[in-house]
Design a protein around this ligand. Sequence first.
Ligand SMILES: Nc1ncnc2c1ncn2[C@@H]1O[C@H](COP(=O)(O)OP(=O)(O)OP(=O)(O)O)[C@@H](O)[C@H]1O
Ligand SMILES: [Mg+2]
Length: 389
Amino acid sequence: MSEKRGGRIPETLREDVYPLFSRRMALTAWLPCLGITYLHYRVGAQHPDVHDVLRRLYYLPILFAAFSGGSRGGLAVSVFASLVYFPHAFTSLLVKDPGDALEKGLEIVLYNIVAVVAGMLVDRERRERETQERLAQRLTEALAEKERMETQLIRAGRLGALGELTAGIAHEIKNPLHALKGTAEILRDAIPEDAPEQRMLTLHLAEIDRLGRAADRFLSFARPLHADRRPLDLGELVDRVASLVSPQGRKEGVEIRVLPSEGAGIPKVMGDPELLTQLLLNIALNGVQAMSPSGGGRLDFALGVEVREGRRQVRVRIANNGPPIPEDRLEKIFDPFFTTKDEGTGLGLSICSRIADQHEGTLEVRNLSGGGGVEFTLTLPAVPGTAAG
Ligand SMILES: Nc1ncnc2c1ncn2[C@@H]1O[C@H](COP(=O)(O)OP(=O)(O)OP(=O)(O)O)[C@@H](O)[C@H]1O
Ligand SMILES: [Mg+2]
């Protein structure tokens, strides 16, 4: 503890004292003050008017010092001016100021009063400016947060509406499908096994089953996800996902890296391990798939902590150095059924988005600058007072 104190005192002293001897203070306060003193001691006692002027000239460096260094700067120069003027005012060292003693004494007192008053005004103005800057900073953060929330809400609304529509259509398809399947099975039993129609009916039934499976998939997309949330170390989850995606990465020539955490002691989050694994895996696989046409690349996971609206958040970034996503498509990729892949369903990211919502988190995407790739960021609220080991 004593070591800490020993290190802190010189540091604060330096912070306090250094501004008093800045270049600006030297040019506008210390040098003029010394110049005035020099002239004071040089001008003979037979010029009382010049002494009067010189005595009042001290106010200028004192005021400049207060403007640059606040009350501390003003007071430093006013005390200095008082000390160097004092012998000249009241003793016969070199030359004695021929002015009235009371007037000279009052002048010395006034140097210090002016310094304190001007300095305090400057200090107050500075404090107000700092408060305003802090407020402006908080406002910018609040606006950014509002924008993020709006994006998430719009996305959630779109997902909700599409989910309902999908569920409605899937449901409507499933009912007649049951009837179709039933009648097809009756027909199959009625037709001799070696008849050519039998082959057509088998095909017919297989297609009905395929349509039924698709309708089930759409229904499961629309159904609310069940989350079993508990305190979770996202670092462990990231390691697990990285090893799950590794075989696919190796096949496509993609190097998978888990970068060191940005900051020590990443807190835990309340999460469902299965759902969050699904989320991270979907994004990682998308990254690998995005790079495979160009013959591979790199996929990085990085964990970090940030503070949003006064709450600590754990952040997982998943970045790949593949081609960027066209700007007008950045939000659309979260829409259900939006896909640019021949074999894709376009459901991956919309499910990821729902999982993030369910965890009171956000999922964002951005293109890295200079065509450096694509980065997804999952942000989840930290469980207070936890730090994963
Ligand atoms: N890392 C990425 N880089 C470039 N484009 C991406 C990336 N991740 C997603 N995309 C784009 O977003 C689209 C939607 O992704 P999403 O995971 O929802 O569906 P999908 O991958 O096409 O299909 P599925 O997930 O069913 O296989 C993709 O088709 C692709 O165009
Ligand atoms: Mg996908």
